[in-house]
Ligand binder design. Structure first.
Ligand SMILES: Cc1cc2nc3c(=O)[nH]c(=O)nc-3n(C[C@H](O)[C@H](O)[C@H](O)COP(=O)(O)OP(=O)(O)OC[C@H]3O[C@@H](n4cnc5c(N)ncnc54)[C@H](O)[C@@H]3O)c2cc1C
Length: 475
């Protein structure tokens, strides 16, 4: 394939949406150049090798389970992974009132172990709210009112309120109801809470019971496989290549300025650009810069950041869980995961690796803590959960992620629409993926968006901005 800039699509960002688009475009016969600032593709769903004193292993940036109800996404992903995959039964728990419950909740255990007054209150609130809804037309203008109107106050408090405020760092009445409507399907709540309370033998339909995981290489192997297959078809991928400016004129996007890992600057000419980097970053890199009012909207958009504290433990396994949700207010950690339960190679031999996730804002008190201070917090919390003794912790390391979650604060939609409107005014520039559309995607949604955006470029009918992202609430 000849390299002709007038025929080429330049993809910014090599997370799942970027590499899926690169693969799909290459399969469609298009020339592709993809650039990513990291030395490895995968973005949020990336894996890295770690050389510990106790042996080498692969770790993921937070725990990831891949599943998809979209047939095309499933088939394409399984195809690129080839034989390198295993199927796992999902196993999660949630810590409520100092006890671990299977997640999704199981009736018998919940009935036996949740404090009776709490259960009674939850049912009563649910009943009162249902009757109230018949007579009063309430509003769904924020996360809290959306959930309370559907499930009553106590269920909101137990399952959603505390965890949400802890994770987002924002009061629930300051969070857009889009967050609830995208992530909590009515059937999902019915399944996870009410059905589990009322119908003992019912299985939970909307929460998948199995997921796929690469046999070797960690979750990042999915992105690597997409990238590898795209490269086989002629795509070029520049790793360690940071986008510095996206230059456009009246006729649309023309060139993209980048800096390579060795400091070399390059101006890349291209026919069209598909961006999957954070949309807030993209807008700041536009040359010429957008009008002041668009920049105001960009400044109002916020991301929630995250620190991941990894602990190597001197024991072969801690639990059978992939992860445990920790809504408990007195603990800082909001989720704990164990990588060995995804794949044996995700921990040193005969030891186990756990990860404590702590959400924060970039530059806040948590973000600025030293690795040693973060270790103390993580060890304290996991000990308080009754799971470890501090002397079992052999080694720790941390990872910080700035753009972990798009934050759906009230009014975010207006800000996003303004920003997307500006981008849409630039011919041959498109933006997609979790970061590119500021959307709380799972991996499969990001892949779907990448494939859909590629379809659009290939002239097929597609609307990657309408990929449904509804899924389970926690996760
Ligand atoms: C903690 C955590 C756990 C998760 N667990 C699950 C799960 O269990 N199941 C699931 O399905 N999903 C999960 N997800 C969601 C999943 O990780 C994302 O949906 C998906 O990885 C997003 O892919 P993306 O390509 O849209 O964005 P990203 O992965 O963020 O990719 C964006 C890419 O752009 C690059 N970039 C940014 N700026 C520049 C620049 N200036 N120049 C060049 N490159 C740049 C970045 O390096 C990155 O590679 C989880 C997410 C998090 C944060």
């Amino acid at each position: 394939m000849t390299d002709d800039a007038t025929e080429r699509t330049l993809i910014l960002g090599g997370g799942l949406s970027g590499v899926a688009a690169a693969y799909w475009l290459s399969r469609g016969g298009r020339q592709v150049l993809l650039v990513d600032q990291e030395d490895e593709v995968g973005g949020l769903a990336k894996s890295r090798p770690y050389h510990s004193q106790h042996g080498e292993f692969t770790y993921d940036i937070g725990p990831h389970r891949f599943h998809s109800s979209d047939r095309r996404v499933h088939e394409v992903t399984m195809e690129v992974l080839g034989e390198n995959k295993v199927r796992r039964e999902r196993c999660s728990r949630i810590l409520l009132y100092d006890k671990f419950f299977d997640y999704p909740l199981k009736l018998g255990k919940a009935l036996r172990q949740l404090p009776k007054p709490v259960m009674a209150r939850a049912l009563m609130d649910y009943g009162i709210q249902s009757v109230k809804n018949l007579f009063v037309k309430g509003s769904d203008d924020n996360f809290e009112s959306w959930v309370v109107r559907r499930f009553g106050r106590k269920l909101f408090e137990i399952f959603f309120g505390v965890y949400t405020e802890k994770t987002w760092g924002v009061p629930c009445d300051q969070i857009s109801s889009d967050w609830a409507s995208q992530r909590i399907s009515q059937s999902s709540l019915w399944d996870t809470v009410k059905k589990s309370l009322f119908k003992p033998k019912n299985t939970v339909r909307s929460l998948v019971s199995e997921f796929h995981y690469p046999r070797t290489g960690g979750i990042g192997e999915i992105s690597r496989s997409f990238a590898r297959e795209a490269e086989k078809l002629g795509a070029v991928i520049h790793r360690g290549c940071t986008v510095k400016a996206v230059v456009h004129g009246d006729d649309g996007v023309n060139t993209v300025r980048v800096v390579h890992a060795d400091g070399r600057e390059e101006e890349i000419a291209t026919h069209d650009v598909l961006s999957t980097i954070p949309v807030t970053t993209l807008v700041r890199l536009l040359d010429p810069a957008p009008p002041a009012e668009v920049m105001e909207h960009v400044r109002a958009m916020r991301h929630r950041s995250m620190v991941f504290v990894y602990l190597i433990l001197d024991r072969p396994q801690l639990t059978h869980d992939h992860w445990i949700y920790v809504p408990e207010k007195t603990l800082t950690v909001h989720r704990l995961s164990e990588f060995k339960n995804f794949s044996e190679e995700c921990a040193p031999p005969s030891k186990t690796l756990i990860c404590a996730e702590i959400t924060c804002d970039k530059g806040d008190e948590i973000w600025n803590k030293s690795d040693e201070e973060l270790r103390e917090i993580a060890v304290h919390d996991v000990q308080a959960m009754g799971l470890i003794r501090p002397e079992e912790v052999l080694e720790t390391f941390t990872h910080r992620e700035i753009f972990a979650y798009p934050l759906y604060t009230l009014g975010y939609r207006e800000h996003l629409d303004s920003v997307l409107g500006h981008i849409d005014g630039i011919a041959r520039l498109d933006t997609t993926g979790r970061q590119g559309l500021f959307k709380y995607n799972n991996m499969d949604h990001s892949i779907a968006m990448g494939l859909g955006a590629a379809d659009t470029i290939l002239g097929r009918t597609a609307d990657h901005r309408k990929v449904a992202t509804g899924d389970e609430y926690f996760g």
